[in-house]
Design a protein around this ligand. Sequence first.
Ligand SMILES: [Ca+2]
Ligand SMILES: [Ca+2]
Ligand SMILES: [Ca+2]
Length: 174
Amino acid sequence: MPKHTLATAAATALAAGLLTAATGTASAADRAAPAANGRQGDFNGNGYRDLAVAAPAATVDGKKSAGAVTVLYGSAHGVDASRHTTVSQNSPGVPGAAEAGDLFGGEVSLSDLNGDKKADLTVGAVYEDGGNGALTTLPSDGTRLTTTGSRFLSPPAVGISTAGAPQLGSIMAG
Ligand SMILES: [Ca+2]
Ligand SMILES: [Ca+2]
Ligand SMILES: [Ca+2]
C-alpha cells in the first residue's frame, strides 16, 4: 500500500474514532445527570447544570468592548439554546454602566452565594474604571436572573489598592 494511502487510511480511521467519541459525548450530554444538589451551577434549580458564557469584547449600545454575559440553561437534552438570559451593565437593574473597554464578563462564575441551592452569577468587569476592575453579583430568584440583591464591588470595597491596574475579577474560583 503506498504511503499516502496508508496515511489516508489512518486519517479515516482516526476520524471514525473521533466521530464515535463525539457521538458518545453527545449521548452522554443527552442523558445529563441532574446536579447532585442545586449548588453546582444550577441557576434555576431544575436539577440540570446551567452555563454562564461571556462575550467581554461585545459592543453594548455603541460602547466597544463593554461586554455582556449570557446564562444558558441545561435540560435533559443538554443546553437549551432557545432559553437564555443576557445581561450587560446597561441592563435594567444591573449596577454600573456599560463603558468602552470595561470587559464585563472577562471572567464569570456560577456558584451558590446565599445558600438557597440556586447558583448565582458573578461577573468580573476586568477593565472597569481604567483597569481597577470590579465584581458584580446577580442572584437567581429560583427561575431566572434577578437584579434584586445584586452587588457591585470595586477594589477598595474588598481591601485592594487601586494603584496600578489591579483588574479585580480577572480570575475567579468557587
Ligand atoms: Ca438548571
Ligand atoms: Ca462600567
Ligand atoms: Ca443562590
